[in-house]
Design a protein around this ligand. Structure first.
Ligand code: IVH
Length: 664
C-alpha cells in the first residue's frame, strides 16, 4: 500500500471513529487504539509533508497565531431568537403562528435545548470545512477558522457531502467538566477565573493563537443551516438527522412534538434534568418543524417568526446590601447600583446588581444593610428582587437619593413622565466619557485596543475629549503614555483607520443618540442610505418609517439640528470617517475582481488563498456566475474550470495569481 492510500484510509478511519464518538456517543475503539492510528497518520505526514491536506485531523493542533480576526460578512444574516419567559408567552407564540398561517390546526414543533455558548457558522464547500465565523453583529462575523479546526467534535470533512455549499449553524460550548478543569488549572497558575462556561467558551474560541484554543476542549452542537445546496430535508427534525449523518453532532435531547401540550411537557422535562446534563442549558428552543411553514412565516427584523427561546426561570440567592452607588450613563441618566456582599448565584459571583431607578428603591423599601434577594436570569445583569424584612436588625438605614450629579455636581432633573433622574449638563464628564467608551465598544465601532480602560486613560490625559479626536490621535502621544509602546500604539492606530468605513447603521448606533439602538439604526440605514439624507429628514419623514415613533424621531431630528452635532459630523468627515450603507471598503489591489478557486493548490491552502483575496479588496466566489472575473485553477480542477472556460473567464495558475498580487 502506498503512503498516500494508507493516509487516505487513516483519515477515513479516524473520521468514522470521531463520528462514533462525538455524534453517536458510542465509540467502538479505545482511546489508545485511536491514538495509535493518529500517530501513524502524523508519521506519514511528517515524512511526506506534501501529503498533509487541510482536512487531515493533524490540522487540529492549531496553526500559527493570527494578528487579528478578519471580519467576514455572513451570506445570510445570523439572527437571534425572541425570548419567552413564561407559559403565557408560549401560548401567545402559537396564537400568533395560527393567526399568521390562517389556520386552527397547531403545527408540529421541534423542541431543542438552548445551549449556553456562542453561535458559529461552519462553511463547508464540496464537503470540506473552508471557513468558520462567529455571529458577530449578525451581519458580519469574525473569521475563527483556525480556532474552530481545533475542535475535535467538528468534522473537517462531511461524511456524505453534496456538491457546493453547506453553511451549518450551531453552538460552540464548554461542558461542565472541561470548564471546571480549566478553571482549577487557571487557579493554580494564578490566572483569572472564567465566571461561567459560556465566557470560557467565548474566551477560548476568540483566541488569536489557535494552539490555545486547541487545549481548551470545546464542544459543538449543530442546530440549523443557512445556505445548503442539495439539502435533502423538508423539516427541522429531518435536518437534524441529515446533519448527524454528515458527522455533525446535534443534541440527542431534541424532540418532535405534535401539540403545544407536548411542548410544555418537553419544557418541564428539560427543566427537571438541566442540572444533570454534562453542559449548561439556559432554556429550550421551540421551532416550527415544517420548512414550508417556516418559509411562510418568515422573519421579523432580528428573529424568525417560526421559533422562540423559552428561558428557564432565574436563579436566586440572598446577600447583604452594603451600599448604593450612583452611575451616570451616556445619556445623563443617573441609575442606582446595589453594592452587595459578594455571593455565588448559580455559579457566578455577584457583587453588583441593578436597582433600575430611585422609585424602585422606595417601592421595594430597600434599606442599607438589608438582607436582599438577588436574581440572575441568563445573561442579563443581576437584579435585586426584594429585601427580606424578617432579617432586619433595626440598624438598617434608609436611602436618600442624590440631588446633584455625583460627577459634575450640577443639580439633577427628573423630566415629567420619566422614571430616571438625569444630569442635563451635556458637558458632564461622565456623559462624555461614557459616550466615548460606547463609541469604541462592541456596540459601537468596535475599535480593537480601545476598550474601556484605554479610553478612560486617554480621556483622563485629555488626549481625546470627544469622538472626532479619536481619528486624529497621533502615534507619539499615544506611545508616550504609561502602559503603551510603539507596537500597541501602532496597532490601535491601525484599528482606528480600519474603522473609518462603518455601515451607516453602525455609526448611528455608535454615536449614542438617545433612543437610537442597533435596530432603529438599521431601519434608518435601510430608508436613508446616507448620513446626509438622514440629517435632512424631518420628524414627519422619520415617523413614516414602520418601527419609529415620535419620541425617537424627535430625538434624532434634535440631534441633527444641534450645532455641536454639526461640528462633530464635520470633523469626522474631515478625518475620513465615511459611513457606507453596506458596500465593503473599496481599494486593495484586487478590488472589483472576484475569484473562484478550484482544484488543489500547491503552496497556499484554500483558506489562505481566500484570505489573500479578501485582504486585497477582492471577492471570493463559490460558483461560476456572471459576476465572477477570475478562476484560479490547481491540479485536478474539474467541472467548474470547464464551465469557466466556456464562459470566457480569466483562468490563472496559482503562480500567476501570486504574481498578480505582487504586481499591483
Ligand atoms: S436557532 C434564527 N437553536 O441562542 C434562529 N439557537 O438567541 C437561530 N442557541 O444565537 C437560532 N441553542 O446562539 C437555535 N437549539 C438552538 C439553540 C440556539 C442555543 C443560541 C444561538 C442563538 C441564540 C438565540
Amino acid at each position: 500500500m502506498t503512503p498516500e492510500s494508507r493516509l487516505a484510509e487513516l483519515k477515513k478511519l479516524l473520521g468514522e471513529h470521531a463520528y462514533n464518538y462525538y455524534v453517536l456517543d458510542s465509540p467502538t475503539i479505545s482511546d489508545g487504539e485511536y491514538d495509535a492510528l493518529f500517530a501513524e497518520l502524523l508519521e506519514i505526514e511528517a515524512r511526506q509533508p506534501e501529503l498533509a491536506s487541510d482536512d487531515s485531523p493533524s490540522q487540529r493542533v492549531g496553526g500559527l497565531p493570527l494578528e487579528k480576526f478578519s471580519q467576514v460578512p455572513h451570506r445570510l444574516p445570523m439572527l437571534s431568537l425572541e425570548n419567552a419567559f413564561e407559559q403565557q408567552d408560549i401560548l401567545e407564540f402559537e396564537k400568533r403562528l395560527k393567526r399568521y398561517l390562517n389556520t386552527e390546526a397547531s403545527p408540529d414543533y421541534v423542541c431543542e435545548p438552548k445551549l449556553d455558548g456562542l453561535a458559529v457558522e461552519l462553511i463547508y464547500e464540496d464537503g470540506t470545512l473552508s471557513q468558520a465565523l462567529t455571529r458577530g453583529d449578525g451581519r458580519t462575523g469574525e473569521d475563527v477558522t483556525a480556532q474552530v479546526r481545533t475542535i475535535a467534535a467538528i468534522p473537517l470533512r462531511l461524511r456524505t457531502p453534496n456538491e457546493g455549499l453547506l453553511e451549518v449553524r450551531g453552538e460552540v460550548f464548554m461542558d461542565r467538566e472541561a470548564f471546571t478543569a480549566l478553571n482549577s488549572q487557571r487557579q493554580e497558575s494564578g490566572e483569572q477565573l472564567f465566571a461561567n462556561p459560556r465566557n470560557a467558551a467565548a474566551g477560548s474560541l476568540r483566541q488569536l493563537n489557535p494552539r490555545i484554543t486547541a487545549q481548551r476542549r470545546l464542544s459543538f452542537s449543530a442546530y440549523g443551516v443557512a445556505t445548503a445546496n442539495g439539502l435533502d430535508a423538508e423539516s427541522q427534525f429531518a435536518l437534524l438527522d441529515y446533519l448527524r449523518h454528515n458527522g455533525l453532532p446535534t443534541s440527542t435531547m431534541s424532540r418532535l412534538c405534535g401539540s403545544l401540550d407536548e411542548v410544555l411537557t418537553a419544557f418541564n422535562d428539560f427543566l427537571a434534568i438541566r442540572h444533570q446534563l454534562p453542559y449548561e442549558i439556559d432554556g429550550m428552543v421551540i421551532k416550527v418543524n415544517s420548512f414550508a411553514l417556516q418559509e411562510r412565516l418568515g422573519f421579523k427584523a432580528r428573529s424568525p417568526r417560526w421559533a422562540i427561546a423559552c428561558k428557564f426561570p432565574a436563579i436566586q440567592a440572598t446577600t447583604t446590601l452594603e451600599d448604593i452607588a450612583y452611575q451616570v450613563g451616556r445619556t445623563g441618566a443617573v441609575t442606582p447600583v446595589a453594592l452587595l456582599k459578594p455571593v455565588n448565584v448559580g455559579g457566578v459571583m455577584v457583587s453588583r446588581a441593578t436597582l433600575h431607578n430611585q422609585e424602585e428603591i422606595a417601592r421595594k423599601d430597600l434599606r442599607l444593610g438589608d438582607t436582599v434577594l438577588v436574581q440572575r436570569a441568563g445573561d442579563v445583569i443581576p437584579e435585586v428582587i426584594k429585601p427580606i424584612p424578617e432579617k432586619r436588625s433595626g440598624r438598617e438605614t434608609s436611602v436618600t437619593p442624590p440631588s446633584h450629579c455625583p460627577v459634575c455636581s450640577q443639580p439633577l432633573e427628573k423630566p415629567p413622565g420619566e422614571v430616571l433622574t438625569r444630569c442635563t449638563n451635556t458637558l458632564c464628564e461622565a456623559q462624555k466619557l461614557r459616550g466615548l467608551i460606547h463609541f469604541t465598544s462592541k456596540a459601537g465601532l468596535d475599535i480593537e485596543g480601545l476598550g474601556k480602560k484605554s479610553v478612560e486613560q486617554l480621556y483622563a490625559n485629555k488626549i481625546i475629549e470627544d469622538i472626532p479626536d479619536i481619528f486624529t490621535l497621533g502615534e507619539e502621544k499615544l506611545a508616550a503614555l504609561p502602559g503603551w509602546g510603539d507596537i500597541s500604539a501602532a496597532k490601535v492606530l491601525n484599528a482606528i483607520i480600519a474603522s473609518k468605513r462603518p455601515t451607516l447603521a453602525r455609526l448611528l448606533a455608535a454615536l449614542g443618540i438617545r433612543f437610537i439602538g442597533e435596530t432603529t439604526a438599521t431601519l434608518l440605514e435601510q430608508r436613508f442610505h446616507t448620513l446626509g439624507a438622514l440629517s435632512e429628514a424631518g420628524v414627519d419623514d422619520l415617523t413614516r418609517i414602520d418601527g419609529i415613533g415620535h419620541r425617537t424621531a424627535t430625538s434624532l431630528a434634535g440631534y441633527f439640528a444641534d450645532d455641536r452635532t454639526r461640528d462633530i459630523l464635520q470633523r469626522l468627515e474631515q478625518a475620513g470617517v465615511e459611513p457606507d450603507a453596506r458596500t465593503p471598503p473599496a481599494g486593495g489591489s484586487l478590488a472589483g475582481m472576484s475569484f473562484l478557486f478550484t482544484g488543489s493548490l500547491e503552496t497556499l491552502s484554500r483558506s489562505e488563498a481566500k484570505k489573500l483575496v479578501k485582504e486585497n479588496g477582492g471577492e471570493v466566489a463559490t460558483s461560476v456566475s456572471k459576476k465572477l472575473s477570475h478562476v484560479v485553477a490547481g491540479a485536478k480542477a474539474g467541472s467548474k474550470l470547464d464551465r469557466a472556460r466556456q464562459l470566457g473567464k480569466i483562468i490563472l495558475a496559482e503562480k500567476e495569481f501570486l504574481e498578480l498580487l505582487d504586481q499591483r
